[in-house]
Write a protein that binds this ligand. Structure first.
Ligand SMILES: [Fe+2]
Length: 313
């Protein structure tokens, strides 16, 4: 019996069938079982996009901070760009929109956060060996934490959000300054205590594993998974583009409904109509108008009523 083909659970069937078509069912299983998975570059299948994303991040960061783009990111090791102005990438270059809407990314995001998943926000991370004052108090180590900000414990087992990170440079080993993760911790339902967070200290109660993957991989983890990171100890840059996808009831990180209508950004909606759904532009909340004819009224908003059957069936 082929359950996804029965059409009995609209919210699940299309996602399962899409995962089968893309050859990524194993990764859905790993997300469910461990709360983390790495999709290798050959499954993502967009080598050209990886290059464009990397170039766009360096170009835009340079513009935002009035810096020169380093001649070679493979060897540049000085502090560069810092931690300022590292959010809100989606509309800076079409490469980011293509990445956000990538079929592999969308399939996993829908599996984890529902079929009306909303893009919450887009940071970018550039890490170098000589990263300056960044995390000086911990020697460059990042404490274990969850990404489900603003949601008090107990955290439910089902994901409120996921972190879907495009690895734009190789994560070969600890020297590259990778993320560290605790597989299975998404089921613990809480954030680490302060003593658990300092994972690099001798006798630490929780031992995370280092993430590894080639440039072009997607590293995805459940929003409640415990994770941190290591300092980079080798030359060159670690460049990463995380996309945060969440359930439609979460407060988005960026005010998409405003920025998408500013100036030239309107053209993106015409070219990529899927953004209407992905950015939650249909969502009636927040609203300060509650009259019967106001746009915020739920009546007739098909996406708010029985989500699966009504929107996509
Ligand atoms: Fe994080």
């Amino acid at each position: 019996m082929d359950i996804p083909a029965l059409g009995s659970v609209p919210d699940a069937d299309a996602t399962r069938q899409e995962a089968r078509r893309l050859g990524i069912e194993r990764h859905l299983l790993e997300m469910h079982a461990y709360g983390v998975t790495i999709v290798p570059p050959e499954r993502v299948g967009s080598p050209d996009l990886i290059e464009r994303l990397r170039e766009a991040i360096l170009r835009v960061l340079a513009e935002r901070h009035d810096l020169e783009v380093p001649e070679d990111w493979r060897t540049y090791s000085e502090n560069w760009g810092g931690r300022r102005k590292t959010w809100c990438w989606l509309l800076e270059d079409e490469a980011f929109i293509e990445a956000a809407l990538h079929p592999v990314a969308m399939c996993i995001a829908r599996f984890m956060c529902g079929r009306n998943v909303v893009l919450q926000g887009t940071p970018a991370i550039v890490k170098t060996r000589d990263g300056g004052e960044y995390r000086q108090d911990t020697g460059g180590y990042m404490r274990l934490h969850t990404d489900t900000h603003g949601v008090p414990s107990p955290l439910p087992e089902w994901a409120q959000l996921i972190n879907l990170s495009w690895l734009l440079t190789d994560y070969n080993g600890p020297e590259d300054g990778p993320t560290v993760l605790v597989p299975g911790s998404h089921r613990w339902g809480r954030m680490p205590r302060p003593d658990e967070a300092l994972w690099w200290e001798e006798g630490a109660p929780v031992q995370p594993v280092s993430l590894s993957g080639k440039a072009g991989s997607l590293a995805i983890w459940h929003g409640s998974l415990w994770h941190g990171s290591r300092p980079r100890t080798t030359e060159g840059m670690r460049i990463t583009l995380p996309f945060i996808y969440g359930r439609s009831y979460l407060q988005p990180i960026h005010t998409w409904s405003e920025v998408i209508r500013e100036g030239d950004n309107r053209g993106f909606l015409e070219k990529y109509p899927e953004l209407e759904d992905l950015l939650g532009l249909w969502h009636p909340y927040p609203t300060d108008r509650d009259g019967p004819d106001a746009p915020g009224n739920l009546k007739g908003n098909r996406r708010m009523i029985g989500v699966g059957d009504n929107i996509y069936a």
